[in-house]
Design a protein around this ligand. Structure first.
Ligand code: COS
Length: 385
């Protein structure tokens, strides 16, 4: 996809988001962390600014940004606590992209406009209690019954499940086919009898963004809820994850840049042994390493996004970006806590909160080890071809 905004309009949009982040989101972070809830007025602002539909085409009411433009929006937006991005994340990524790229016109017309406006929230259901990294081993079933499928199974750690109005669900339609081949993807509406959402899990960070189990018990959905063809669901999920991993990497860049700012501000303000700690070379080394690594991640993410816009398959670049950026972000968070010393361990400190928030980046949408596996497998396959 070519650029959709002229450079001045994009610069203006990025500036508007930076102002919103500085004036509205960052000041609310502590309250969100304490209360585990994002205030309604902020959710309304996210909607009013069109941020549920950053990546969704304008024809469906979205901002229609291509991947390169979208990641720049995420760089800015994700200077604030990642929970704010989490609530809009599935609408912009795994949820909408699987319908846009693999769904049909009826499905797009039924859901995408409402996902873009934020009137409808999507959740993406791949993980199960016994199937995490080995996504192809999922056991949720979708049994064909006339014009319907009947779903049974449990999905775990489903982001936005408590708020979601639709669930993109990967389920096994062919029990005879082990692994990825027997999996299909469906859109399940929340009100469907047999679908229930468990109590949200309590977690380490990203307070205000919620996840929970989603349970299907003889949940009967129309056959028209199938995305694409039977047996293609694993690929639908993997294609969505290619895009989603670039978004996670972009989020890591934004939050790393924020953390570096926090570290620099503290280092300049905090005197020890008669001068600001920023003047000590060991502190400078932590700042400089963080700056260089965040810059490297920024370049990787932009390159992966440009390739996506050119229509290339980006599995390797998405995994490289997600792996490098998430590991980098956790190193940066650790260094910034270190720069703060004891103050970095106290709950009022942004570094303490963000340190907890970023830990999940190395886990979700594929652990670092899964990214390594994807990258190495592609290298070996290409050499042997
Ligand atoms: N795009 C398109 N197709 C893809 C793909 C991608 N990114 N990745 C895999 N596929 C296809 C393969 O080409 C293969 O197709 P064929 O059978 O036609 O050749 C099929 O999907 C199966 O792929 P593969 O054999 O690589 O599957 P594996 O079971 O070995 O698993 C990994 C692959 C590990 C990559 C996958 O299970 C994975 O990503 N796990 C992590 C899951 C995850 O991120 N969970 C987070 C949940 S969302 S928060």
């Amino acid at each position: 996809m070519t650029a959709t905004l002229d450079p001045e309009t994009l610069a203006e949009l990025l500036q508007t988001i930076r102002r919103f982040v500085t004036e509205r989101l960052i000041p609310a972070e502590q309250q969100v962390d304490r209360e585990d809830r994002i205030p309604e007025d902020i959710l309304r602002d996210l909607q009013a600014m069109g941020l549920y539909g950053i990546t969704i085409p304008t024809g469906y009411g979205g901002l229609g940004l291509n991947a390169e433009e979208s990641v720049q929006v995420f760089f800015e937006l994700c200077r604030a606590a990642p929970a704010f991005r989490s609530v809009i994340g599935i609408n912009n990524g795994l949820g909408s992209s699987s319908i846009l790229s693999d769904g049909n016109d009826d499905q797009r017309n039924r859901y995408i406009r409402r996902l873009a406006s934020g009137d409808l929230v999507a959740a993406f259901c791949l993980t199960e209690p016994d199937s995490g990294s080995d996504a192809g081993a999922l056991t949720t079933t979708a049994r064909r019954d006339g014009d319907h499928y009947i779903l049974n199974g449990t999905k775990r750690y489903i982001t936005n499940a408590p708020q979601a109005g639709i669930f993109i669900v990967m389920a096994r339609t062919d029990p005879a086919q082990a692994g990825a081949a027997g999996v299909s993807a469906f859109i399940v509406e929340r009100e469907t009898p047999g679908l229930s959402v468990a109590r949200p899990d309590r977690k380490m960070g990203q307070k205000g963004a919620h996840l929970a189990d989603v349970i299907f018990e003889d949940c009967r959905i129309p056959a028209s809820a199938l995305i694409g063809r039977e047996g293609q669901g694993f690929k639908v999920a993997m294609r969505a994850l290619d895009r989603g991993r670039i978004h996670i990497a972009a989020m890591c860049v934004g939050i790393s840049e924020r953390l570096i700012d926090e570290g620099l501000t503290y280092a300049l303000d905090r005197p020890q042994f008669g001068k600001p700690i920023a003047e000590y070379q060991l502190v400078q080394a932590m700042l400089a390493d963080s700056k260089a690594e965040a810059y490297a991640a920024r370049c990787m993410v932009l390159d992966a996004a440009r390739r996506l816009d050119r229509g290339e398959r980006v599995s390797v670049e998405a995994s490289c970006s997600k792996m490098f950026a998430s590991e980098m972000c956790c190193r940066v968070a650790d260094r910034v806590v270190q720069i703060h010393g004891g103050a970095g361990y106290i709950s009022e400190c942004a570094a303490e909160r963000l340190y907890r928030d970023v830990r999940v980046f190395r886990l979700y949408e594929g652990t670092t080890q899964i990214q390594q596996l994807i990258i190495a497998k592609a290298m070996i396959t290409a050499r042997r071809a």
